[in-house]
Design a protein around this ligand. Sequence first.
Ligand code: 3QA
Length: 229
Amino acid sequence: MKLAIMGAMVEEITPLLEYFETYECVEFGKNRYYTTTYKGLDLVIAYSKIGKVNASLTATTLIEKFGAQKLLFSGVAGAINPTLKIGDLIVATKLAQHDLDITAFGHPHGYVPEGAVFIETDSALMQLAKHVAQTKGIVLQEGIIATGDQFICDSAKKEWIGKTFNADALEMEGASVAVVCDALNIPFCILRAISDAADMDAGFSFDTFLESSAKQSASFMVAILDALA
Ligand code: 3QA
């Protein structure tokens, strides 16, 4: 089984590379892909750089060039649902692009013809994540994640995204990874730990908690790998 583990920022995959200790590096498409094995799993790990376009390129490369059969995303997110606090984990049930807008033609936000507003994640991976959380006594929320090419640091924008997509958290890559995996028939899972509340304090909170929240997500990801192995 060949598995891809993806992040957006270097901080999101560094804890994983440190955990696996030995890996090889292949350069492709102005990016680096790290390969290793863990408990019989073949892993390919990469961070895409920020945003939907970079994330789409990396997800596609992980699947088409490196032959990943499942894709797991680990990283941080801004909270919309007030029950989500800094460091809390959320796994996506489905994802939407909040900045995709052809509403001028009567379509709903996030929709383009021949697409769908929401892309659902793999239910088997979701069940596995929930099972791992339960057995380890870790709180894992499940919910809707909204993605767009904007760092949200404004309560009004956050509320709009929350009510338009019924979203619980937001970030800048998940839904584009979802579009790629859905099109290429690759089961995927998007895991995020909260770094901020996407409000006026988000910039400061993000800088303060990026590293610790990225580690929370990465260590839960290792537990998922243990269950998959
Ligand atoms: C933010 C990162 C991007 O990959 C999306 C973090 C956490 N809080 C968010 C928020 N709005 C949108 N997304 C998020 N990730 C990139 S900007 C910081 C860049 O620092 C999730 C996320 N409120 C670079 C240093 O100059």
